[in-house]
Design a protein around this ligand. Structure first.
Ligand code: FMN
Length: 360
């Protein structure tokens, strides 16, 4: 474990400082696995630039002395619009792995998403008091396995299923090729092991991923689920409309944090198209490059109901396990609160396109 005794350490002051500390603590391989992106990492950088390119038109004298960060996502009340994105294989980042990530989310009143490839299983999540979570599904060729995963997730308390659709092939991540980092094939995939697959080791499980995803895959997942299904990895308005027409509760505008297809459109720009196309039918969440309170405010103002963060939570996990995760999330939540004040919005609800200017 990177820091055995976190009690006495000085916590990094900013999210960027967490990122810098993470880079010092972690091996080059793990750092590259978390921080890297596909190809020349153009989308990775453009995700950040696109949020920055949206300018703010703050309202003066707007009476923002007390602010209400809360919102409603899929019919449930959330203390703030920041959700922890699903990230697999966190055992590499910290010995607490997904348990620390989930517990840190609870501490920060944030909803947690659990990856199919999380190192923790459904039973581990059931044991975490106060956890509010969604399950992220990667589909396998064996449809029975997909059905079992969805059913077991729901039984364990998942309140939505996130069907990830942007892994039709694994992105070519140059950093991993250079550092030689590979996910080890002998580790069992906890959630898959729990639903009774004969050989739940990573290598065979990974080899049985369904890369031939289609609208029929979504229809089947919706049929399997009795909770809402969100489609994660949507970057076009027409696809968002198709998803909702097939019965999805909404979409997550995501390019997987720039990890899959280099030069894919940054999500801040795709979000505009998706919100416009859906016209209020179905929920829209967004991730990829959210690092600051103003990024959250911009996403909500453009029309997202919530934002998700991947790497920032992992930087917190790597630096200090559960406590590091909650520190990072608290920094982001505080920054969002400050952003609301300075933008002149007294609540999440009042943010609107009128507060922002989109680049041409
Ligand atoms: C190390 C790592 C592992 C990830 N694993 C998954 C996964 O198992 N399933 C998934 O849907 N997305 C996965 N993602 C993508 C995230 O859910 C999310 O879309 C992305 O991290 C958001 O971008 P950000 O890191 O810039 O916040 C992963 C991302 C990272 C950084």
């Amino acid at each position: 474990m990177p820091f055995a005794n976190v009690q006495n350490m000085n916590w990094p002051a900013t999210i960027d400082d967490f990122a810098a500390a993470f880079s010092i603590i972690e091996s080059e391989g793990v750092q590259g696995y978390v921080n890297g992106g596909a190809g020349a990492e153009l989308t990775l950088g453009r995700n950040l630039d696109a949020w920055d390119a949206i300018e703010i038109r703050p309202k003066a004298l707007a009476g923002v002395g007390t602010r209400d960060l809360s919102t409603t996502v899929l019919g449930a009340s959330e203390a703030h619009p920041i959700v922890v994105a699903p990230v697999g294989f966190q055992g590499y980042v910290h010995s607490e792995g997904e348990i620390g990530l989930a517990q840190g989310s609870v501490d920060a009143n944030a909803r947690y998403c659990h990856s199919t490839f999380g190192a923790a299983g459904f039973t581990d999540l059931e044991d975490i008091d106060g956890l509010r979570w969604w399950f992220q599904l990667y589909c396998f060729n064996d449809h029975g396995l997909n059905t079992s995963l969805v059913q077991r997730a729901e039984e364990a308390g998942a309140e939505a299923i996130l069907l990830t659709v942007d892994l039709t092939a694994l992105g070519h991540r140059d950093r991993d090729l250079h550092t030689g980092f590979i996910l080890r094939g002998n580790r069992p995939v906890a959630c898959v092991a729990e639903v009774g697959l004969a050989d739940p080791r990573l290598a065979p499980v990974w080899a049985s991923l369904d890369h031939d995803l289609s609208w029929a895959t979504l229809a089947r997942t919706i049929e399997d689920a009795s909770v809402p299904v969100l489609v994660k990895g949507i970057l076009r308005g027409d696809d968002a409309v198709m998803a909702v027409e097939h019965g999805a509760a909404g979409v997550i505008v995501s390019n997987h944090g720039g990890r899959q297809l280099d030069t894919a459109i940054p999500t801040a720009r795709a979000l505009v198209d998706v919100v416009d196309a859906l016209g209020g039918h179905g929920e829209v969440l967004v991730d990829s490059g959210i690092r600051k309170g103003v990024d959250v405010a911009k996403a909500i103002g453009i029309g997202a109901t919530a934002t998700m963060v991947g790497r920032p939570a992992l930087w917190g996990l790597g630096v200090g396990g559960r406590e590091g995760v909650s520190r990072v999330l608290e920094l982001l939540i505080e920054d969002y609160d400050r952003a609301l004040a300075l933008i002149g919005a007294s609540s999440t609800d009042v943010l609107s396109p009128d507060h922002f200017t989109l680049p041409d």
